[in-house]
Design a protein around this ligand. Structure first.
Ligand code: SF4
Length: 341
């Protein structure tokens, strides 16, 4: 039997926002930072293998507008389209802690000054780009409005992280999560990518169990897809990388959700490539609604739902401890087989 969250077989972020704010809340994506440590090649890092020129998210035209103009423009559009009344400003593209604290503070202040219908902001960033000053700043604003942090940890497994060329380890991700929860009360979520060549069903289950042990409230899922002018495109073209099919991805989402805590909200079931001319493969990534519906249909066919096999007494604690024990030292950055790309 499907467990119902407003008819969905999973706990959606939209349900979570409704319980937090009493109404539907929409995100306004903005772009204020145009770089990240990887793109700059700091400490030998390289651009993530899947990341395109827009930092995996930004609207190309956004950089021509000031922050307040972006907020006014996109808020008007979302208001018209969805009759929305509450908004979170989403600092999404690139690494939104990779700037001077004074600049970040100005951005946060400007976003909240855009009206009472802005109920807070969401910051997307990396686990190795954090500081005590930043935690303090987040906490200060969280005491006024809602502050949510989304950490792009992408995987709990080192070989995946090396393949993605993330330049940080899984241990750094776990330590960053712990530090944020020790030093702030901000809402915390993570991003995960499914579809690496090393992925197995067992790993997907372990990833869900790891999530269950973490002090997070939400997860955003991405399917690894190939965009033009990325290292992944080179691998795809020479036959070294093949994206997983929609059917396999739907099965992986099923396994993940079935073992996930019921109170962890899901942002979306897959990534969506809105820049059609930049998508190389798989083509199902360009069909937002079709892909979403295909995954929902799959879950319903399997009478599957989030937390179907979740048990508070699962072996998750052992997995987490084992993972921490076997991670490399934070100072030992992984090297990538993609270095020559
Ligand atoms: S995914 Fe994020 S961290 Fe990686 S290169 Fe793109 S903007 Fe930088």
């Amino acid at each position: 039997m499907e467990k119902g969250w407003n008819g969905l077989p999973y706990y959606s972020i939209s349900d979570r926002y409704k319980s937090l704010f009493g109404a539907k809340v929409y995100k306004i994506p903005v772009a204020v930072v145009d770089d990240c440590p990887n793109r700059l090649g700091l400490k030998g890092m390289q651009t993530c293998s899947f990341c395109d020129v827009w930092g995996s998210a930004a609207r190309s035209e956004a950089f021509d507008l000031s922050l307040t103009d972006q907020i006014h423009k996109y808020r008007a559009h979302i208001k018209d389209k969805y009759k929305a009344s509450q908004f979170l400003v989403y600092f999404q593209a690139y690494t939104n802690s990779f700037a001077k604290i004074a600049d970040l503070e100005l951005n946060f202040k400007q976003s909240l000054d855009c009206g009472n219908d802005i109920v807070g902001f969401v910051v997307g960033t990396r686990p190795d780009c954090l500081s005590l000053a930043l935690f303090k700043l987040w906490q200060t604003y969280h005491e006024q409005k809602h502050v949510s942090v989304e950490l792009g940890i992408q995987s709990f497994f080192e070989d995946d992280l090396i393949f993605f060329r993330r330049g940080h380890t899984a241990e750094e991700s776990l330590r960053a999560i712990k530090k944020i929860k020790d030093l702030t009360t901000v809402d915390l979520g993570i991003h995960l990518i499914f579809g690496s060549p090393y992925e197995t069903d067992k790993r997907i289950k372990e990833s869900a169990l790891m999530c269950n042990d973490l002090p997070i409230t939400n997860v955003k899922l991405h399917n690894l897809h190939v965009l033009k002018n990325t290292a992944l495109e080179t691998l795809y073209n020479n036959g070294s990388f093949t994206p997983i099919s929609l059917e396999v991805y739907a099965q992986r989402v099923q396994i993940f959700l079935e073992h996930l805590r019921p109170d962890i909200a899901i942002h979306r079931l897959s990534a969506f490539s809105s820049r059609y001319d930049e998508l190389v493969a798989p083509q199902w990534t360009s069909n937002k609604m079709g892909t979403h519906q295909a995954i929902i249909d799959h879950l319903r066919r399997e009478t599957s739902f989030q937390s179907r096999f979740y048990s508070p007494k699962s072996e998750s604690e052992n997995i987490l401890q084992r993972q921490l024990a076997h991670q490399s030292s934070p100072s030992t950055r992984p090297t990538s087989s993609l270095n020559s790309l």
